[in-house]
Design a binder for this molecule. Structure first.
Ligand code: PEP
Length: 263
């Protein structure tokens, strides 16, 4: 099996202030230690709201903690009021961007095609997209989980297949587990991750084994280790718990432990 270094990514959503962002990042830096974060055994990414990216870049300088945004325009620069271009994110020190989060799909009308266009634009500019997929509770209860994942992935496959190996990260985030405190069982998550990897491969992604698959949905310090110990779960996309430095750091440490356990 290809070695995939775990990644733990924090999605702050629309939360925080200059003061709380500074304190949170300082706390994370302290726990991550000097040199590469957590001994270099896990990649660590934070995705604050746009206005705090520059503050985060400055606060994280030299820490090895990567910086990402939560959204990006699908277009190139031009007359798109209110949008933010991928090149601008690079300019502010971002290496990653979350694309197609379920909140963007459900609340802001992002279709599979829009999400795919954003992934393509991020890649074109040199950013690593963290592309989110996942089913709603109604879809799961109707037995449509795999059909929904297949549809969402089909839109993404051309961009992932054309990109360098591992240049796209996929996050499986069952919508019913996001912000609800209800986590997918490790078995359910592993099953979905296995399905996703198979679909990528079947869709023509030659480097499917190199794609990191994150799990997202109420990951907390007390459930992270069991989830991350599943063979196809390469880390997590963390919402609520990423707003508490100690919790986020503990989740990063769980990813290190899980990787050591499987080595
Ligand atoms: C998310 O927003 O991507 C997420 C997984 O949130 P939470 O961890 O709060 O469920």
């Amino acid at each position: 099996m290809a070695h995939r270094k775990p990644l733990v990514a924090g999605n702050w959503k629309m939360n925080g202030s200059r003061d709380t962002a500074t304190a949170l990042l300082a706390g994370l830096r302290e726990r991550a230690g000097a040199g590469a974060p957590f001994g270099g055994r896990v990649d660590c990414l934070v995705c604050p709201p746009y206005p705090y990216l520059d503050l985060a870049r400055a606060t994280l300088e030299g820490s090895g903690v990567a910086l990402g945004a939560q959204n990006v325009a699908s277009q190139r620069p031009g007359a798109f009021t209110g949008e933010v271009d991928a090149g601008m994110l690079l300019d502010f020190g971002c290496s990653h961007v979350i694309v197609g989060h379920s909140e963007r799909r459900a609340l802001f009308g992002e279709t599979d095609e829009i999400v795919a266009a954003k992934v393509a634009r991020a890649l074109e500019a040199g950013l690593t997209p963290v592309a989110c997929v996942g089913e709603t509770l109604a879809e799961r209860e109707a037995g449509q989980t795999e059909a929904v994942l297949a549809r969402q992935l089909a839109a993404l496959v051309p961009a992932i297949a054309a990109a360098a190996a591992g240049a796209v990260i996929v996050a499986y985030e069952p919508v019913w587990a996001i912000g609800t405190g209800e986590t997918a069982s490790p078995e359910i998550a592993q099953q979905a991750h296995s399905f996703i990897r198979t679909r990528l491969s079947a869709g023509g992604v030659a480097s499917a084994a190199a794609v990191r698959l994150l799990y997202g949905g109420s990951v907390k310090p007390d459930n992270a280790l069991t989830l991350f110990s599943q063979p196809y779960i390469d880390g997590g996309l963390i919402g609520g718990a990423s707003l508490v430095a100690g919790d986020f750091a503990s989740i990063c440490e769980a990813a290190v432990s899980a990787a050591q356990g499987s080595a």
